[in-house]
Design a protein around this ligand. Structure first.
Ligand SMILES: [Zn+2]
Length: 333
């Protein structure tokens, strides 16, 4: 595959920076155009755009960004959208906006790179399997995750290293070394250890109903509907729009319990007071999220009757859907 191998290093780092900054500006525009936008979210996107544009081109994270966005910077015709459609990075950006705090912006870039790395790795795996006929398109389910344990079972390190080396070919030795340090093989599957879970906020569905207001619950469902409905440059227009009631019906029918593991999943993802995301693995089975009962690749539609309430842990790691699980904060009332 040809790449713009000569326009490397500083040039591609600043290209990637500008590309991502444009994308955030577009997101802010999209939010405002919706007319229902949370002003803080659009403000956060614009603050991040400005912060990002001020990054010097030799910031090593921009070299990494250029690697992860290479298919888009090269206009690879096998993908469309401006980022991996409906991938981890887009989901992250939809769910969380940065703030005007430069420290938050910096942490946000780190998190975004981690999500992009997972999307990139999925794409590399698909290319390895399907070559020229590989595709990742709007409206298509993202490619399957690489098998869990791929990096940790005997022998895979060589292929992972080969993959890494393929990505690093266009960089200077110094940049490549920096990235190699970050990219030492590590599992792409769920983390094996995490902090102990604190006491749950809610002990049962009834407890949740008693200690939240109808307005709280509706606001939460409205936000989930909004994220599911959002039409964006890179994720396209969903076929069906969901309303607050659609989401509430799913949550109520499930009585807040995850379709994958049964855990009571009515907590929100932990965040700092300024909205910045925090680690969540230790309470992953308590965090409520909206998933599809039947994946689109198997013919499932993006309609209310195909929605399922799931915990964020099961929604993120399908291999972790174990009924009755009590790890990662699982609550089995
Ligand atoms: Zn679950």
């Amino acid at each position: 595959m040809t790449t713009r191998g000569t326009a490397t290093n500083g040039a591609s780092a600043s290209d990637a920076r500008d590309y991502l900054a444009d994308d955030f500006a577009q997101q802010a525009d999209d939010l405002v155009a919706e007319g229902t936008c949370d002003p803080a979210m659009a403000e956060g996107y614009l603050a991040f755009e400005a912060w990002l544009r001020a990054r010097p081109a030799d910031d090593p994270r921009l070299a990494r960004l250029a690697q992860l966005l290479r298919p888009f910077l090269d206009d690879d015709p096998r993908l469309d959208g401006t980022l991996y459609p409906d991938g981890d990075a887009i989901r992250f950006m939809d769910a969380y906006a940065p703030t005007t705090d430069p420290d938050v912006c910096s942490a946000y870039l780190d998190d975004l790179l981690a999500h992009l790395a997972r999307d990139y790795r999925r794409w590399q795996q698909q290319i390895a399997a399907a070559g020229p006929s590989a595709t990742w398109r709007l409206g298509q389910r993202p490619p399957d995750d690489p098998p869990v344990g791929d990096d940790s079972s005997a022998g895979p390190e060589a292929s992972t290293r080969a993959e890494i080396e393929a990505r690093l070919r266009d960089l200077t030795d110094e940049q490549a070394d920096r990235i190699r340090q970050r990219l030492q093989p590590r599992p792409e599957g769920p983390p094996q250890t995490c902090a102990p879970a604190p006491e749950p906020t809610y002990s049962s569905w009834q407890d949740y109903l008693e200690r939240t207001t109808n307005a709280d619950r509706r606001a939460w469902c409205a936000r989930k509907a909004k994220v599911a409905n959002r039409e964006r440059l890179m994720s396209g227009r969903p076929e069906h729009r969901l309303g607050t009631e659609d989401v509430w019906r799913v949550l109520e029918a499930a009585q807040g319990r995850c379709a994958g593991c049964g855990s009571l999943a009515v907590e929100r993802r932990p965040s700092k007071p300024n909205g910045a995301p925090m680690p969540w693995e230790h309470v992953g089975r308590r965090i409520g999220s909206l998933g599809h009962a039947l994946a689109r690749v198997h013919g499932g539609q993006n309609t209310a009757d195909n929605l399922a309430w799931t915990c964020l842990w099961c929604n993120t790691w399908p291999s972790e859907r174990r009924p009755g699980a009590t790890d990662h904060g699982g609550i089995q009332p």
